[in-house]
Design a protein around this ligand. Structure first.
Ligand code: G3P
Ligand code: MG
Length: 243
């Protein structure tokens, strides 16, 4: 049976070559052939959804402290590029809406929810998704599977995915426990073997392992028939898939 090639999902954009979760990183990922991007979201004190991996500003900006303690007016002034390289000085933490403006329609955006913020994140995301109305282009994932279940119940048009690192006994069976339709599994790339992947895809689940950067792992996962690969190096994965 012919297995389609996995799609290329740029992790935090092209995090291996640009400052993660910045517009420069997403633009680079797309220019390198990514058909999808993965990003992480948090919420500001005044309720804006911003794209950043950590809940704090210290590692990836010239600011410090919790994102949720600061208004957007403060966060938008911070530099989010210079820590990675001088070349990227001037990059900012983007709003989720700014990423949607940059990513063309038809490109999948995997929004990873890092924290529920006592329900504020779900409320903000649902309002945002209703406004942009790009349900085909979006899959929301989280390590917090209760967030995923609540989001799907609140908005059945939304595609949702389960993110996890555990080597589950039955990945497909676990997805059924949520009692809502799960679109995709996002396992750590060591947590699913060939049989697990085959049974998940046979059950209609997309399988998007994270974060895969080595050629030998691209090979193993492609042979096993994963639906997509989340990588810091979309260009490297593109070159692998086309040789
Ligand atoms: O969504 C896949 C991957 O990004 C999950 O881990 O820590 O890189 O957000 P992390
Ligand atoms: Mg992530």
């Amino acid at each position: 049976m012919h297995t389609p090639k996995p799609i290329i999902i740029g992790h935090r954009g092209a995090a291996g070559e640009a400052p993660e979760n910045t517009l420069a990183s997403f633009v680079l990922a797309l220019s390198q052939g990514a058909q999808a991007i993965e990003l992480d979201v948090h919420i500001t004190k005044d309720g804006e959804i911003v794209v950043c991996h950590d809940g704090t500003l210290d590692r990836t900006t010239n600011g410090s402290g919790l994102i949720c303690d600061k208004p957007w007016a403060v966060i938008q002034k911070l530099d989010a590029g210079a820590w990675f390289s001088e070349k990227f000085r001037g990059e900012r933490i983007p709003l989720l809406s700014e990423v949607f403006d940059v990513v063309p329609k038809g490109t999948l955006i995997n929004v990873e929810v890092k924290h529920a913020y006592e329900g504020r994140m779900e409320k903000a995301l649902l309002a945002f998704f209703r406004e942009v109305n790009r349900y085909e282009d979006v899959v929301v994932s989280s390590f917090d599977h209760k967030v995923i279940q609540r989001l799907k119940r609140a908005e059945p048009a939304l595609k949702v995915g389960l993110l996890y690192a555990a080597n589950l006994i039955d990945h497909t069976g676990y997805a059924k426990l949520l009692e809502v339709e799960v679109y995709s599994l996002h396992p750590h790339y060591h947590s699913m073997d060939e049989t697990d992947i085959a049974s998940a895809t046979a059950a209609g689940l997309a399988v998007y392992p994270y974060t895969v950067n080595e050629l030998s792992d691209y090979q193993r996962l492609t042979n096993a028939g994963v639906t997509g690969i989340i990588t810091d190096f979309p260009g490297r994965l593109k070159a692998f898939l086309h040789t």
